[in-house]
Design a binder for this molecule. Structure first.
Ligand SMILES: [Zn+2]
Length: 119
C-alpha cells in the first residue's frame, strides 16, 4: 500500500525565517544577513561572512524540504563539504535526511551539490 504523503506547507516568510533562526541557534551559528528571494539555479547559498540566501520557491514546498535546505546550508558554516562529519550532523538534526534528499533531487534538479562545495 502506498503511504500518503502529508504535505505541510509554510504559512508565510516569517515562519520560514523563524525556522532558520531556530536551527541557527541549535547549531550555534551567527547569521549576519538573511534574505529570502527568488533564485534561478539553486535553493540556497551561503558565504563565509555569515550571509545566507534562500529561494522563495521553498515556501511552496513541503516543510520537510525547507528544513533539509536550511540545515544543509547552515552546516556549511561549520563543514565545507559533504563528508562524514556533515552527514552525521545532518542525521543528528534531521533524522533520515537522505529520504528528503532523494525527494529534493526529483524537483527540477535544482539542488546542485557541486555548487555548494566550498574550497
Ligand atoms: Zn552542500
Amino acid at each position: 500500500m502506498e503511504t500518503v504523503l502529508t504535505m505541510e506547507r509554510w504559512q508565510d516568510k516569517a515562519e520560514f525565517k523563524e525556522r532558520i533562526f531556530y536551527f541557527s541557534r541549535e547549531l550555534g551559528i551567527d547569521i549576519k544577513l538573511l534574505s529570502l528571494r527568488p533564485m534561478k539555479n539553486k535553493w540556497a547559498s551561503c558565504s563565509t561572512n555569515g550571509n545566507l540566501n534562500f529561494n522563495t520557491e521553498l515556501l511552496e514546498l513541503d516543510k520537510e524540504i525547507g528544513d533539509y535546505v536550511i540545515v544543509h546550508e547552515l552546516l556549511h558554516f561549520r563543514v565545507p563539504n559533504h563528508g562524514k562529519l556533515w552527514k552525521s550532523l545532518m542525521m543528528t538534526y534531521l533524522g533520515d535526511y537522505e529520504k528528503t534528499e532523494r525527494k529534493l533531487k526529483t524537483l527540477q534538479g535544482k539542488f546542485d551539490f557541486r555548487q555548494c562545495n566550498k574550497p
